[in-house]
Every structure is written in structure tokens, then in C-alpha cells.
Write a protein that binds this ligand. Structure first.
Ligand code: ASP
Length: 584
């Protein structure tokens, strides 16, 4: 028996008990005549004591030679501590050791195994197994487990069946590049790793499975912007014989359950915004609604004056920054520089101070009088003491710029509170999105998404205006889930492929199996997928998903611990009928 108790279990009620513990040496304090050792395992830390008077000399010497992270087993008696540590669950007691065995020695770890460590991120990723011994990482993994357990329990309770789908498949268009795997048995042919189980879950609906979910790895070969992983986990779901309302209610239920179960937070019914409203009010299809600062469109109240910048602009739009009038001229200038940075790309910013006495002072006083500025305040909801910030230009450019400013100001003002949760649905996404590079429409969600039934005709005349039965679940400014009602008949699906620029041959080659299936009685169906990594991070009140993944990849998509990806030898290449053609 390696242990009778774990290192977090013992307290005053165990005094005088004989126990056996195993774990890692966290810390050694050697006073010569007395040695204390902190013994750590997943559950906590228990203090061990060896002393000259009560311990045999040989064991005393052995204890003095212990190193950090040695794996040891001890037998001993629980005794009361002379100086108690109220911060530790085991802080009232210590173990007077009677037997010590070293189960394994350890090299000195390259960083300290403490909550606040001296190790940089890359080093910790290289020795991730050591990092996992630290409380912050360990607790995140335990937290993730709790979330996935709660998901499984909830969905199982709602009659969902967890079904595994294959990883060695063929391209699923979620808009990213595929990771591919060469087939040895079929020379020159490749599997693609799933960007999601999208087509399979639809086939499960044709198969009559009715309510499906899967906690599943997805693979997307994208340039890794901050906080993305090439492999990530989805809670993937699909339902048949449902409409959009059923889906929203079911997964609102799941989300509410998680917030209650995991965070102890009850949230009211989730607000719903259409995509158009979200863009108009927040300039963003995943708005953070924990705070206000909604957009006010100012075209109507600015374009009758001689200010050509505004007159020429497609959109003039502002936000009121609460208390922003306290910013100095210099600070406002800095803010203007901030929106003009290439990452944001605004051409400039007009501002208007809302003075406490109800008067206004703007950077364009030459063109706008107090009455005009009063209208700006009305439209943006500005109060005395606020600062109105106004951007102008092309709608599609200005909205994200002002949204970035809104988020930045909220951050600076401490309005993005990690323990406050404001979920909402964004619905009625456009079906298609114009791609400047390829000069083509792309499916905004994916090509299996159904257009709104009454808008199929509009596809012919104004495809960009067609809305889809597609929805996102947004939490605290992050898209945590998204899905759609699917096309379930061959004719509409072919039409869709056609609009997306697939030739009938291409469509058949890539998705023939799905269109075939649609001819064998496909039920109406739809679904969605949550990004589990992000969901867990947000519920955990943190920003980076990497901290919730046991073995994450770095920004170059590398696993620095196992050193992957890595070359393969010529023999393996030839077995796969592959030849490298590396550019210098
Ligand atoms: N497959 C979609 C995605 O990965 C989700 C869905 O439509 O259910 O975003």
C-alpha cells in the first residue's frame, strides 16, 4: 500500500493515527537537529518532521539528503504542530516520520514548482509535466474536468447520445486549411483531419440518432493568432425535428446549467440580438454586453454642416466614455494615436467633452454649435462628465475600429469583470460573405447552413443580403458557440454549392456522400458547437485557453515538449510514396 491517506486529508481529528503517505518533496527546511519536509500530491501538502531526539540517525541523514521533487513514501504518526498554519487544510498537524523510503530521485526542476514560478512560458511548456504539478495548472485541469462532466450529465439527461466520429476523413469546409494525413495503403491519397464533425453529425441525423453530442477534437491549420490552437475541443451537438427556437432553448439551458453548477451564477433569459443589431450597436458580432457604451450613429445630426470629413463618410458613429471628460488633452491625444495605430487603422478621431455644467467642448467646435453637440450627446447617451469619441468612414471599417476602442476603454475602466457573466444569442447571420481576395461569396458559417426560407429567391438577385438560420452564443465578448439550421434536401444543397462556386463535379467529389444521404429521408435538423477550451477559460475567469489545455502547442503550432512536428525518415517517406520538395 503506497498510501493510507492523501496529502490533503489529515487534520486534528487524526492525531495519534498511524498513516502512510506518498508524494513529492515540495520543500525541505533543515535546521540540523530537526528537518521539516513539505510533502505534496494532487490533493495538498502535509508537513513531515524528522528530529534528532525521536528519529533514528540513519533516517535523519536520509531526510537531510532529500532533494526537491524526490518521490518518497513515509510512515508515521499524526501529531499536533507546535506552530499551526491556518492557511493550510492540514496546517494543524504534522507527521512524525518513523519510516522513509525514496521511491524515486529527481533532477532539480528547471523552474520552481510554486504557484508563482520563476519559469517562462516556453520553458514550462517544455516541461509541461512539471508545470502540471503546480496548483494553477492542476486546478485548471480539474476545473475543465468539472465542466465536461457537467456537460455530459446535462446533455445525457436531455436524451443526447454521445457518438464518436472518425478523425481520418475528408475535407470539411469550416473555412480553414485542412491538416492532411498521407495514406500508405492508398498511395498518393490523403485523409483530412476534421475541422469539425459537421458532415458526420448530419449523417447521424439521417441515421435517426435525433440528439447527438460529442466532446471532440477538431483540427484547423490556421495561422495562429493569439490564443488559438491548431487542435482544439468542441462540444459538438446536433438535433433532428427541431427548429431554431428549440436549439436556442436547449443550449441556453445547457449554458445556464453550467453557469449555475460551475460558477454558482443564475442568469436570466439570454437576450437576443440580430447580427444587424449587434453590428449597429456594438460594431461587433460578439459584443461584450457587461457594460454599455453602445454606438450612436451620428450621420443625421452631423452631415448638414461644413465638416467635409463627416459629410463624405458612409458612417459617422460615436460612443460615450463614462467619466471620460476627466482625461487630459494629452491623454486624449494618446487615445487618438491609439485608434490610428495600424492594428486599429482609424484615420482620426473627433471628440466632444461633456462638461459638468451641461456645456460641450469639441475638437470640431468650428463646425458644430452647442445645440449640435447636445444632439450628439443625446444619440450616444452621453452624460455630463463623459467624453464622446466619434469615428467616421466606411461602415465596414469604422465599426470594428470603434468596437476596438469600446473594448479598450472598458478594459481601462475595469468594466470587463471576469466574475460577471453576460451571455446572449446573436441570430440571423448573413448566409454569405464577400471575399475580396477570391472575389467570390463564401459561406459565412459553412455551406450546409440553411438560408431563411423566405429568402431563397433573394439569393438570385442580392445574395449578400440573404440571412441564414444561423446563430452564435456569445459570452463576455467571446463567441463560445455557433451553429445553424441545416439544408436537408439535395436540391437546395446543390443550389448552395452552386452559389459558392463549386462545379457540380467538385460538389459531388467533395460532398456527394452527403447529397446522396439527403435522398434517403433526411429529417429537418440543425445544431451547434461550443468551443470547449474557450468556454472553460471564461467560466474559469481567465483569458488564455492554453492554460486550460494539458499539453498545448506554442504560437508556431509546435509541441515543444515532444518536439513535434518533426521530420520523418526516408524509409517512412517512401513507404508513403512521398518525396519532399522543400523550398530553401
Ligand atoms: N461545425 C460548426 C463549427 O465548427 C458548428 C455547427 O454548425 O454545428 O463551427
Amino acid at each position: 500500500m503506497y498510501r493510507s491517506h492523501n496529502c490533503g486529508a489529515l487534520n486534528a481529528s487524526h492525531i495519534n493515527k498511524e498513516v502512510t503517505l506518498s508524494g513529492w518533496v515540495q520543500k525541505i527546511r533543515d535546521k540540523g537537529f530537526i528537518v521539516w519536509v513539505d510533502l505534496r500530491d494532487r490533493y495538498g501538502i502535509t508537513q513531515l518532521v524528522f528530529d534528532e531526539e525521536r528519529s533514528p540517525k540513519s533516517m535523519m541523514e536520509q531526510a537531510q539528503k532529500l532533494g526537491r521533487e524526490f518521490v518518497i513514501q513515509v510512515k508515521g504518526t499524526v501529531i499536533e504542530r507546535a506552530s499551526k498554519n491556518p492557511n493550510l487544510p492540514t496546517g494543524d498537524i504534522e507527521i512524525l516520520v518513523s519510516e522513509l523510503s525514496i521511491l524515486n530521485e529527481a533532477l532539480l526542476p528547471p523552474f520552481t514548482i510554486e504557484d508563482k514560478t520563476d519559469g517562462g512560458e516556453e520553458l514550462r511548456m517544455k516541461y509541461r509535466y512539471l508545470d502540471i504539478r503546480r496548483n494553477p495548472v492542476k486546478n485548471n485541469l480539474i476545473f475543465r474536468h468539472k465542466v465536461t462532466q457537467a456537460v455530459r450529465t446535462y446533455l445525457s439527461g436531455e436524451d443526447f447520445i454521445e457518438v464518436e466520429t472518425p478523425y481520418l476523413i475528408k475535407s470539411t469546409p469550416e473555412g480553414a486549411r485542412d491538416f492532411v494525413v498521407p495514406s500508405r495503403m492508398n498511395a498518393g491519397q490523403f485523409y483530412a483531419l476534421p475541422q469539425s464533425p459537421q458532415t458526420f453529425k448530419q449523417l447521424l441525423m439521417v441515421g435517426g440518432m435525433d440528439k447527438y453530442f460529442q466532446i471532440v477534437k477538431c483540427f484547423r491549420d490556421e495561422d495562429l493568432r493569439a490564443d488559438r490552437q491548431p487542435e482544439f475541443t468542441q462540444i459538438d451537438c446536433e438535433m433532428a425535428f427541431i427548429d431554431q427556437e428549440d436549439i436556442l432553448n436547449t443550449f441556453e439551458g445547457l449554458t445556464r446549467h453550467l453557469l449555475k453548477e460551475i460558477n454558482g451564477v443564475s442568469v436570466a433569459e439570454f437576450p437576443r440580438l440580430t447580427y444587424d443589431e449587434a453590428m449597429r450597436l456594438y460594431g461587433n458580432d460578439k459584443p461584450d454586453i457587461r457594460f454599455g457604451m453602445t454606438f450612436g450613429e451620428l450621420n443625421a445630426v452631423t452631415q448638414h454642416k461644413d465638416f467635409n470629413v463627416f459629410n463624405a463618410a458612409e458612417l459617422v458613429v460615436g460612443i460615450a466614455i463614462p467619466g471620460g471628460n476627466s482625461l487630459t488633452r494629452k491623454e486624449i491625444d494618446k487615445l487618438i494615436d491609439w485608434v490610428k495605430r495600424p492594428q486599429i487603422g482609424a484615420l482620426g478621431m473627433v471628440y466632444c467633452r461633456c462638461n459638468d455644467d451641461g456645456s460641450f467642448k469639441s475638437s470640431v467646435d468650428k463646425f458644430y454649435d452647442q445645440d449640435d453637440l447636445g444632439q450628439w450627446a443625446e444619440v450616444t447617451g452621453a452624460k455630463p462628465g463623459d467624453l464622446i469619441c466619434v469615428l467616421s468612414g466606411e461602415t465596414d471599417k469604422v465599426r470594428p475600429q470603434l468596437s476596438a476602442l469600446r473594448m479598450e476603454m472598458a478594459e481601462r475602466l475595469g468594466l470587463r469583470k471576469p466574475n460577471e457573466f453576460a451571455p446572449l444569442w446573436v441570430v440571423d447571420f448573413p448566409l454569405l460573405e464577400w471575399d475580396e481576395d477570391t472575389e467570390r461569396y463564401h459561406a459565412m458559417h459553412h455551406p450546409f447552413t440553411a438560408p431563411k426560407a423566405d429568402q431563397i429567391e433573394l439569393l438570385k438577385t442580392n445574395p449578400g443580403a440573404v440571412k441564414a438560420n444561423a446563430y452564435d452564443l456569445v459570452l463576455n465578448g467571446n463567441e463560445i458557440g455557433g451553429g445553424s439550421i441545416r439544408i436537408h434536401d439535395k436540391a437546395t444543397q446543390s443550389l448552395m454549392f452552386d452559389y459558392l462556386g463549386f462545379t457540380p463535379e467538385e460538389a459531388k467529389a467533395q460532398f456527394g456522400f452527403l447529397m446522396d444521404a439527403f435522398q434517403y429521408g433526411a429529417p429537418p435538423h440543425g445544431g451547434l458547437a461550443f468551443g470547449l477550451d474557450r468556454l472553460v477559460a471564461i467560466l474559469g475567469g481567465q483569458e488564455t485557453i492554453r492554460d486550460f489545455i494539458a499539453f498545448p502547442k506554442n504560437n508556431n503550432g509546435r509541441d515543444v515538449m515532444i518536439d513535434a512536428p518533426a521530420p520523418i525518415d526516408n524509409e517512412q517517406l517512401s513507404e508513403l510514396s512521398l518525396k519532399l520538395n522543400l523550398k530553401a
